[in-house]
Design a protein around this ligand. Sequence first.
Ligand code: SAM
Length: 198
Amino acid sequence: MGGWFPRIYDLVMKPLELTRFKQVRTELVRSARGNVLEIGSGTGVNFPFYRHAEKVTAVEPNPLMTKRAVKRMKNTSVPVELYETTAESLPFADNTFDTVIATLVFCTIPDPAKALAEIRRVSKPGAEILFFEHVQMKQPVLRKAQDFLNPLWKRVCDGCNLNRNTLLLIQQSGIEVKSIESFYATLFLSINSVNTKR
Ligand SMILES: C[S@@+](CC[C@H](N)C(=O)[O-])C[C@H]1O[C@@H](n2cnc3c(N)ncnc32)[C@H](O)[C@@H]1O
């Protein structure tokens, strides 16, 4: 993982965070309840938005990100515990979490199918699984532009894929999608879904 990316992440994201993203994070993160798992928490940008969680367990593999996240843990109204690990290998028992949340993460996870299988395993039957992700766009011309830009984008943005079809991956994982909201044409999706395992 690149060393400079975590250092500039909050700065680069600031224009988006101050406008639309703030609204999306407020609504999505606020709806997380009970025992919550956050995937790829990065610099901990979601931490101050939790209101109804009993406890948040966050996983993030990049130590330069967790270093920044630790500072944000001081500004939370709910207890947050941080694990330096990947979503593909979660160190938690089956059926542990009431809610799982992932924001702007599934573009970067090297094996998203494995991570989704782990989310299904560690969350309870009926658990809410909340995503806010940038994805492969619906419009053919924009989709082609994403494919064209992806090799450079991926190198510059620490492994982030601009053209990943995360919605399809979620649907293929067996997680049941309940509602989808689009932002910036179809570039960003807020996806509410449920773990329908028995
Ligand atoms: C674009 S950042 C998003 C951070 C934060 N969730 C947010 O909303 O701003 C993507 C994060 O995914 C993390 N990540 C990369 N590979 C991962 C993996 N295999 N499992 C979990 N997180 C991963 C990166 O280290 C990075 O912090």
